[in-house]
Design a protein around this ligand. Sequence first.
Ligand code: ADP
Length: 301
Amino acid sequence: MTDLTDETLLSPVTPVMSPGAGDVPPIALQETPRKEPPGSDTTRTVVFDVQDLSVRYGDHLAVADVSMEIRKNEITALIGPSGCGKSTVLRCFNRMNDIIDIARINGRISYHGVDLYGKNVDAVEVRRRIGMVFQKPNPFPKSIYDNVAFGPKIAGFSGDMDDIVRDALERAALWDEVKHRLKTSAYSLSGGQQQRLCIARAIATHPDVLLMDEPASALDPIATLRIEDLMQDLKRDYTILIVTHNMQQAARVSDRTAFFNIRVDDEGQRTGYLVEYDRTGTIFTNPNQQATEDYITGRFG
Ligand code: ADP
């Protein structure tokens, strides 16, 4: 894994990174384990600290009142009814909303203590460190090998590209299925394999965080379970955020769950907001808010 430093994040150009352990920059990580209140369940490092986040699309306040801490090597699930802002919030974590002209973000997200939206932060470097996997597998029209090698080449990785590709495919639990046909088109793979290829592609640039927007919703149940198993393996090395409309999936895979809901104002404007964020076990067995209980027991949504 690449170390995280202010210097590389703030670099105006994408730095040339090598996956070799000997190339880790000498600057200390800005990772201070958060002191938890007595009785708290974890002292894991906080990766993202979100304070009063809100997002507008033009005049529409799409989501507001989001404050949460995302912890390292955990899987955090974002759940809630359609339109409550889950994908919008997910996209804030790697500045994907920057490319939507009418999107405006307020509040603060710090990433390892650095303001993610700070003036000098390089959005390209942000997206290398915070990778994304989408709902529908979207491999490039290239070979399996070239899909995985694409990111490292662009980022100027040195080192043996064959090793980089193999490592990413192994981590994505795809290597054994494709090792004899690396030069064939990615489109020759099944949907589940394509999604694991997209995960390999995201991993190949050595990110720190993986954002997954309903990564299994286009897959059959067996391919879905493979992705869920893979997520459990991946969280040893990565911090994962997943949007899912499947509550059983959130309960199965995640350590923490954020439940979002929608409020409607007098003019009929619909705005998502964070209702409750807690350990997944608590959200599903003993939530604090009636709205959470109603949602997880299927009374609405
Ligand atoms: P969810 O993921 O929970 O279904 P979204 O984040 O997709 O919710 O959407 C939240 C709200 O923001 C919705 O009202 C949606 O119509 C609006 N929205 C999402 N993306 C855009 C966009 N690119 N432009 C304008 N409005 C958007």
